[in-house]
Ligand binder design. Structure first.
Ligand SMILES: NC(=O)c1ccc[n+]([C@@H]2O[C@H](COP(=O)([O-])OP(=O)(O)OC[C@H]3O[C@@H](n4cnc5c(N)ncnc54)[C@H](OP(=O)(O)O)[C@@H]3O)[C@@H](O)[C@H]2O)c1
Length: 233
């Protein structure tokens, strides 16, 4: 009798740096196999070399806007074991410095919706059959800019509140899967620096502080919904 548990597999988009890299390290430390992507092959390879000592980190370089790439991510995750967690973490901020809504270029707004809202949904669509079989978990990264009205954060915030809506409707449409919106809080990352160009952001938390929230949600003990990392870790 083979009583070994199958390998738990997670996909994390944007796993080469920032929160995605920290979340990957957290899951690897708990024995998960992680399939990660990013557009920059070089950065992803460097991160893979660093994380290799912590566990099985598989890389599929590519852009979340590319449907073939999303199919490849899911195929890789399914062939690696029991695919049961999808973390939609890759995201864009838009132009830096952040423009007010009177000035925001509509093409930039459209691009932001593609990366932050449409691409996560497309990846969920492709992953749904496998996640239904594994009663899996989806975590979509959101922001307090979705909930609050901050000057300059209108376009980005609109894409994130839209993502939260997709998340909550998916939860009622697919009750066998847990769907979470996760607000990681302010973090010292390249994206956060781009939002505050030239400013010292060293007082913001390192992403490794909030990353364990992913592990907590991955256990599927909490009801589907919106959570802040500060509530969970
Ligand atoms: N930092 C904060 O304070 C903060 C606060 C609230 C929410 N968030 C959210 O947390 C998530 C992670 O943010 P972060 O600060 O860690 O960002 P980050 O440091 O800029 O990292 C973003 C990651 O996503 C990848 N990525 C970006 N666009 C991609 C695309 N089109 N296809 C594939 N990969 C892509 C990047 O690699 P490549 O550039 O090589 O593709 C990188 O690995 C985002 O959803 C963000 O909105 C961040």
């Amino acid at each position: 009798v083979n009583d070994q548990q199958p390998t738990k597999v997670a996909i994390i988009t944007g796993a080469s740096k920032g929160f995605g890299k920290a979340a990957a390290a957290s899951l690897l430390g708990a024995g998960w196999t992680v399939v990660g992507d990013a557009r920059s092959k070089e950065t992803l390879a460097a991160t893979a070399a660093e994380l290799a000592k912590s566990g099985s980190f598989l890389t599929v370089p590519g852009d979340v806007l590319d449907d073939d790439h999303l199919q490849e991510l899911v195929a890789r995750a399914e062939s690696a074991g029991r695919f049961q967690l999808l973390v939609n973490n890759a995201g864009a901020l838009g132009p830096s410095p952040l423009p007010g809504l009177a000035e925001v270029a509509i093409d930039d707004l459209r691009d932001l919706f593609w990366v932050n809202t449409a691409a996560p949904l497309r990846l969920i669509q492709i992953a749904l059959p496998a996640l239904s079989r594994s009663s899996g978990v989806v975590i979509n990264l959101t922001s307090d800019a979705a909930a609050e009205a901050y000057e300059g954060w209108g376009a980005y915030g609109a894409t994130k509140i839209a993502l939260e809506k997709l998340t909550s409707v998916l939860a009622v449409e697919h009750p066998s899967i847990h769907f979470y919106s996760l607000d990681p809080g302010d973090m010292r990352t390249d994206m956060h620096q781009a939002a505050f160009p030239g400013e010292d952001i060293s007082d913001r938390a390192d992403p490794t502080t909030s990353a364990p929230a992913v592990l907590r949600l991955a256990s599927a003990e909490l009801a589907s919904g919106r959570y802040s990392a500060s509530q969970l870790v």
